[in-house]
Design a protein around this ligand. Structure first.
Ligand SMILES: NC(=O)c1ccc[n+]([C@@H]2O[C@H](COP(=O)([O-])OP(=O)(O)OC[C@H]3O[C@@H](n4cnc5c(N)ncnc54)[C@H](OP(=O)(O)O)[C@@H]3O)[C@@H](O)[C@H]2O)c1
Length: 505
């Protein structure tokens, strides 16, 4: 739960643009099912799917049901339920209707309008509607324009909210242009820019860890912290997303959104309340304080062929829909300095890449060394650093590494670990990560959604690197083998400060 306030999902219709797409199938529908199962959907609720593929409402909902069923059987995918509760599904499905129509045609919006009117009359939805843009980003601006033109964005009867998926822009100018375009139609408090990383319990828990404990905040600063390492590693390659990835690359795809959300949660100042704007202002302040990046603060890599889990895998340039000489990066590492009183002089190292040995996401806080004098001549030799590791995925928990004396006659120091695992303490219902975000939309809580200035501040940080890389194609790609820990230049980046990456599993 994002806020300490009491929130309540208000009755509404959820209109999904892109109802036949991957996101709707794989993440939105399972999240709606999980909410229904926990009785967390609004009491009066309807779902309207919009997509240009001709199909009936029955075909649409049966297709979604079949997909869920396949996921349960295969055990693969984000939907982790052991079985589908057909009663819950039946109730959810009874709320669904489908409209075949093109996002760019007026008649589609006339049909949506008529459908909403009928649902309102039948179910007393009080005129409330969430429009979820689960469509390719090129449609974000045009759909919002059409919502404005058709009157659907107007709050004559109830509220109207618009959820916008990522990517929000592909650089600073395009993000600014998109903000300016949608803000002609909508107020900021109607816009829910989503970054599904924020739906993860472990990410939300960073706030609780930092601010609900007297223990951490006093040491959460440059006096006690040496540096911070944030890793988002994936073992998968780009799969069938070659066309998309060739236009995007790892920097755009991961850094100003997912990685920066983790930076903001780690580095923000304590908010005075759970007010959405208060929290979002504190996060935006982090990016505003980042020292302008120069090209030497960033390195890039591209995976070549190699082995993952003893299986041979192809290099990026051999993937479908990828140029054989592609200069697109699949790995990026950055060094950020945050020029404020809390963090000046504490480097934040960020890395993300595909085809690394394992899938994991973590924030690792490296504390300053204890003075060595007392232990200088003990057999343990050097003291290891103290680490606090916030494990985001797949393991969800917190690990504290510190030094302890090994039992015996001598003062032999060894690094040991204390572990907290979410699953040991909490009985968590299965979740795909979109549940909280959808619930927050229905409840009108924008805390976990990005405000225009946050998005622009994040793009502004990476823009100098995008510019430099755009001008200078890489000369050494591919520069890391699939299954390796990443390119050598990433090691060199961190070694310049006398540090080294935590080892890759
Ligand atoms: N998929 C994910 O895991 C994921 C994760 C995070 C964010 N996102 C974001 O979520 C959004 C949706 O992604 P997605 O993977 O679901 O995309 P998608 O599979 O391409 O889904 C979009 C749907 O819209 C339909 N469509 C295309 N043009 C249309 C038009 N002019 N009028 C009406 N319908 C049209 C597509 O039909 P056709 O396919 O037949 O053209 C498709 O059914 C994107 O912005 C993406 O970046 C996706």
């Amino acid at each position: 739960m994002a806020s300490a306030r009491q929130r309540c999902a208000t009755c509404c219709a959820l209109v999904i643009f892109g109802a036949g797409g991957d996101l709707t199938k794989r993440l939105i529908t399972p999240a709606l099912y999980n909410l229904a199962k926990q009785n967390l959907l609004p009491e009066r609720f309807a779902i309207v799917g919009v997509d240009h593929n001709e199909r009936t409402t029955d075909d649409w909902r049966n297709g979604l049901h079949d997909f869920l069923e396949e996921t349960v059987k295969s055990g693969k995918g984000e939907f982790e339920a052991k079985e589908i509760d057909e009663k819950v599904w039946g109730e959810l499905a009874s709320k669904m209707s489908y409209i075949a129509g093109d996002f760019l045609k007026d008649e589609t919006y006339a049909n949506v309008r008529e459908c909403l009117q009928q649902l309102n009359d039948r179910q007393q939805l009080e005129g409330n509607a969430v429009f979820y843009l689960a469509a390719a980003d090129r449609f974000f601006g045009p759909i919002v324009d059409m919502l404005g033109k058709s009157g659907l964005a107007k709050e004559d009867q109830g509220w109207r909210r618009v959820v916008i998926e990522k990517p929000f822009g592909h650089d600073l100018p395009s993000a600014k242009a998109l903000n300016a375009r949608i803000l002609k139609v909508l107020r900021e408090d109607q816009i829910y820019r989503i970054d599904h990383f924020l739906g993860k319990e472990t990410v939300q828990n960073i706030m609780a860890l930092r601010f609900a404990n007297g223990l951490f905040e006093p040491i959460w600063n440059r006096d006690r912290i040496d540096h911070v390492q944030i890793t988002v590693a994936e073992s998968i390659g780009i799969g069938t997303r070659g066309k998309f990835y060739e236009q995007t690359g790892a920097l755009r795809d991961m850094v100003p959104n997912h990685l920066f959300q983790l930076v903001a949660m780690t580095a923000m100042e304590p908010p005075a309340s759970f007010d959405a704007d208060e929290i979002r202002t504190k996060k935006a302040d982090v990016f505003k304080a980042v020292h302008p990046l120069t090209p030497k603060d960033a390195v890039r890599g591209q995976y070549g062929p190699g082995e993952i889990g003893k299986q041979k895998v192809a290099g990026y340039r051999e993937e479908a829909n990828v140029d054989q000489n592609s200069g697109v990066e699949t790995y990026v590492a950055l060094r950020l300095n945050i020029d404020n009183w809390r963090w000046a002089g504490v480097p934040f190292y960020l890395r993300t890449g595909k085809r690394l040995p394992d899938r994991w996401t973590e924030i690792a806080i490296h504390f300053k060394h204890a003075p060595l004098a007392l232990f200088r001549d003990t057999p343990g030799g050097t003291l290891g650093p103290d680490w606090l590791i916030l494990q985001i995925q797949p393991e969800e928990g917190i690990r504290l590494r510190f030094n302890a004396k090994r039992p015996g006659t001598e003062m032999h120091i060894e690094s040991v670990a204390m572990d907290f695992k979410y699953s040991d303490w909490f009985n968590q219902p299965p979740a795909v990560g979109y549940e909280t975000l959808l619930y927050d939309c229905f409840a009108g809580d924008q805390t976990l959604f990005q405000r225009a200035d946050q998005v622009e501040a994040a793009w502004a940080v990476v823009q100098p690197v995008l510019d430099a890389w755009g001008k200078e194609p890489p000369k050494d790609f591919p520069n890391y083998a699939s299954g390796s820990a990443g390119p050598k230049c990433a090691d060199e980046l961190i070694q310049r400060d006398g540090n080294s990456w935590r080892s890759v599993r």
